[in-house]
Structures are given as structure tokens and as C-alpha cells.
Design a protein. Structure first.
Length: 132
């Protein structure tokens, strides 16, 4: 039957569009900003020719030795890094690790404030995904 809590799309008075793509473009266009951080909670386990990184609970991802050893160094010192620091050839892998919460944005960076502002603007219980 009909969901009694859903009052229909006409009940929405504040329409908004997701600006995530704009934010992502800004995040990834600068290769020199030292804004990324491997959180202390991330664990590294050496395997044959790769590492397993565990972000939390059972969230585990395999990472090639080359990238994992660079990240392990930044992790050990809790040091921020840029895309250029790890090598632009790893940009796609860094993006994937960021989206899966293995890498975070350093909290005092300008980008962290923009992300927080974006997330605050997204508050609400219902979003009509068909309208996006």
C-alpha cells in the first residue's frame, strides 16, 4: 500500500541540487595541496605483493605495494600529503581510498570547511532522487 508518511513531491518547499560534482572537481584539480591524511584508525597488513588496508570494522581494501608503502609512511608520522606527494599516477586510487574513508581531508584545511558546509546544506530526511 501507500506509505502514510510520504506526502508527495509537492510537499517539498526547498528544492536543491547536489553540488558534489563541483566540490569533487575542486578537490581533485589541485595536485599540490597537502590536505589528505591517512587516519590513525587505518591498519596496514602486508601480503604477497600487496597490502590490505582496513579502515574500520570489516571495511578492507587491497592496495599495491608502491602506493601502500607511501601511505604507510604518511600514516606513521600522521603527516598530510598532496596528490603530487604520492604521485599523480595514483590519483584514481587515492580518489577511491578517499571515497571509501581510508583517506580523509585534514580538518583545518579550506576544503574541509567547504565539505562540511556542503554536508550541512544537505540535511533533511527526504530527498526526491528522481528530481535530481
Amino acid at each position: 500500500g501507500k506509505d502514510p508518511l510520504f506526502v508527495g513531491p509537492e510537499a517539498f518547499t526547498k528544492h536543491f541540487s547536489i553540488e558534489k560534482k563541483i566540490l569533487e572537481n575542486e578537490l581533485w584539480k589541485s595536485n599540490n595541496n597537502r590536505i589528505f591524511l591517512v587516519p590513525e584508525r587505518v591498519r596496514f597488513r602486508k601480503e604477497n605483493n600487496f597490502y590490505l588496508l582496513n579502515a574500520r570494522w570489516s571495511n578492507t581494501m587491497p592496495v599495491d605495494n608502491d602506493l601502500a608503502e607511501i601511505l604507510l609512511r604518511f600514516h606513521a608520522n600522521q603527516e598530510t600529503f598532496s596528490l603530487k606527494d604520492v604521485g599523480l599516477k595514483f590519483k584514481k586510487k587515492i580518489q577511491n581510498l578517499y571515497y571509501k574513508d581510508f583517506i580523509i581531508i585534514e580538518q583545518n584545511s579550506n576544503m574541509a570547511f567547504k565539505i562540511a558546509e556542503y554536508q550541512n546544506n544537505m540535511s533533511g530526511l527526504s530527498v526526491n532522487l528522481d528530481a535530481l
